[in-house]
Structures are given as C-alpha cells and as structure tokens.
Design a protein around this ligand. Structure first.
Ligand code: 5AD
Ligand code: FES
Length: 353
C-alpha cells in the first residue's frame, strides 16, 4: 500500500483513488502531510485562477423550514428561532446593495418553505435576472421535483447548491429524520446537473458519527458527480438541536479536505465557508491557503441575520454587507489574493484584469 504522500501524487496524476486509498490518505492527516498537500493545492489554484477570489452575495430570504435535520438550527422543531421571510422588495434591495458593492452572483438561500410557491420563486428569479442580466443567480432551496428545478432554470437561474451532507446511507439516516434519504438527495443532484445548472454539493466535516470511511465515500461520490462547486465546512453544534452536546469538526480536518478536493478536481469552485470562519478567526484565510477560491459574504438585511442561525456563534451577523465586503478585501489582500468583480462561472478562464 502506498504512503499518504504518494497517494497525493497519485491523486494529482490520475484524479482518482480507491476507497481504501482514500481511507489511508484521510487517516494519514498530520501537519507535514497537510503542508505537502496545501502546496500542491495552491499550485493548482494559482494555475487555474491566479490570485483571484470570487465573491457570491448570499441572501438568506426565509428561515421557515419543513425539515427537521438533527444538526440544523432552523429545523422545524426549534421553537426558539424567530421565523422570518423577506419580501420581494427586500430581496431586490439586497441585490441592489450587492450590485453596487461589486457582486455579480446572488445566492438565494432558504429553508424548505412552502410559502414561496413555484410561481413566486420563478417570478423572483425572473425579476432579478431582468434587472441584473450580467449577474448569475444561484438557488439553494433544498430538495424539489425535477419539474420545479426545470421551471426555475427556465426562469433564469444559473446554479444550484444542494449539499449531499454525507454519501453514506446509514450515516445519512443518523443525521436526518426518516422522511429524508440520501438516495433522493443524490437523485436531485443528478437532475440538477442534467438540466444544465452549474451544480454545487458538499458536506459537513466532523458531523456526529463521521468516520474516514464516510469521508472516503463523500470524495468518491463527488468524483462521480463531478459538480462545479463543493461547499464544505466544519459541523458546529447548535444549542437547540439534538446534537447540542456533540463535538464540532476541526479546522485542520476541514482544511485538509479542501486541499484534497482542489487536487482531485483542480477547476472546482471551492468556498472558504462562513462555518470555517466561525471556528477560527482566520479560518477563511486558511481555507484560501489550502486551495479554496470563493467567499460568500452575506447580503441579508442585518435585522434578520441573527435569525438564520444554522449553528452557534455564526460570524458577521451584526455587519452590513459593505463592512463584510471591505473586511474580506483586506483579509484577502493580506495573504496575497484579491476579490474580483466577476460572475465567476465554472470553467471560464478569467482574463487578467
Ligand atoms: N454546522 C455546520 N454546518 C451546518 N449546516 C447546517 N447545520 C449546520 C451545523 N450545525 C450546513 C449544512 C447545510 C448548509 C446550508 O449548512 O451542510 O447544507
Ligand atoms: Fe463580515 Fe469580516 S467578513 S465582518
């Protein structure tokens, strides 16, 4: 059996490892190996993206959710969360602010909220697209029917984010109530890709019960799906959920997996997530230095920020969009990167600007 370092070389050369090899590599994580991995990841990141970091403006437009995932702070059983929905006017206001600040992608994210009907959602997408034809629209609305995804695509949505959370069926079942299944989740992802969305998936690192074998399966699934984007962040316990007392994921393991993803699929859009920034004050910078190339600051009105609390101590809940934008600018420049005004589509070689 090859040593972890050789497995990283093999991953770069062939873009594939067997499940057993993944388990050895993930289990071999230590500081030295991580440095070796991050150097390679940064080489690829620079080769494909230079020092450019894409920004996405996140609009968390509803925290109503019919689901009851055990890890999530806005699960329907959490009666302590004050629920809100943004109006169309409020959402358009977020886009206006965002556009002025240089955002060219808007991410509409929400719980699975039946109040936003297909018709309302299509109207929203259509209106944003009409007002901002040079911007990409990303949706993150959970599981829906193929017909619904098709309708939203026709209305103008470009991308869709739906994390698979864990590719292992038994593990999936321990994180979710029985109405949800990983089979359905994966089917949604295949549907989204087929329809033509730039598709993002992802998982939590260090979720309760997660083993190196589960992570190996996540990486195999991602290799098979070949998504355009993969969002990963540490699991962080939320005090009003069944997992309140579980340990959270670590910065080190999250960074290691970011590095592995960059080496496996070099062109991938890989965010340094808010969750990573929450467990470490320099988490997002470290994410970029491990191979990430996207940041997704929040454009939601500050009045609702605190209510979209998927996990405890989420950062930036008191900061205006403009503050986050300049904060991130500073943070990225300090480590030799820069935020660009660009849609940041997958596979488009961004010209030197
Ligand atoms: N810790 C970290 N990430 C979480 N998410 C939901 N709850 C938590 C938590 N407690 C992630 C899920 C979901 C995304 C929107 O947020 O992966 O897909
Ligand atoms: Fe929000 Fe720094 S990114 S305050």
């Amino acid at each position: 059996m090859d040593q972890p370092r050789q497995l990283i070389d093999k991953l770069e050369e062939t873009s594939r490892l067997t499940k057993e090899e993944w388990i050895v590599l993930i289990g071999g994580q230590n500081e030295d190996l991580a440095q070796y991995l991050f150097e390679k990841a940064r080489r690829l990141q620079t080769q494909y993206f230079g020092n450019r970091i894409y920004i996405r403006g996140l609009i968390e437009f509803t925290n109503y959710c019919k689901n009851d995932c055990y890890y999530c702070g806005i699960r329907r059983s959490n009666r302590q969360t004050e629920r809100y929905r943004l109006t169309k006017e409020q959402i358009m206001e977020c886009c206006k602010d965002g556009y002025r600040l240089g955002f060219r992608t808007f991410v509409l994210q929400g719980g699975e909220d039946g109040c936003f009907t297909q018709e309302k959602l299509e109207d929203l997408v259509y209106t944003i697209k009409a007002d901002y034809p040079d911007c990409a629209i990303t949706l993150s609305l959970g599981e829906r029917s193929k017909e619904s995804y098709e309708g939203l695509f026709r209305a103008g949505a470009d991308r869709y984010l739906l994390r698979h959370e864990t590719a292992d069926e038994a593990h999936y079942q321990t994180l979710h109530p029985k109405e949800l299944s990983v089979k359905k989740r994966k089917q949604c992802l295949w549907d989204l890709k087929k329809i033509g969305y730039q598709t993002g998936t992802g998982f939590m690192v260090g979720s309760p019960g997660q083993t190196p074998e589960h992570l190996a399966k996540d990486l195999l699934f991602i290799r098979e799906l070949e998504p355009h984007m993969v969002g990963i962040g540490p699991f962080i316990p939320h005090h009003e959920t069944p997992f309140a007392g579980e340990p959270g994921g670590t910065v080190e393991q999250t960074l290691f997996l970011i590095g592995l993803l960059r080496v496996m699929l070099p062109k991938l859009l890989l965010p340094a997530t808010t969750a990573l920034g929450t467990i470490d004050p320099r988490g997002r910078e470290k994410g970029i230095l491990a191979g990430a190339n996207v940041v997704m600051p929040n454009l939601s009105p500050t009045s609702v920020r605190k209510k979209y609390e998927l996990y405890d101590n989420k950062i930036c809940t008191g900061d205006e969009a403009a503050e986050c934008r300049s904060c991130l600018n500073r943070r990225m420049e300090k480590i030799g990167y820069r935020l660009v005004i660009d849609r940041g589509d997958y596979g488009v070689k961004c010209l030197e600007d």
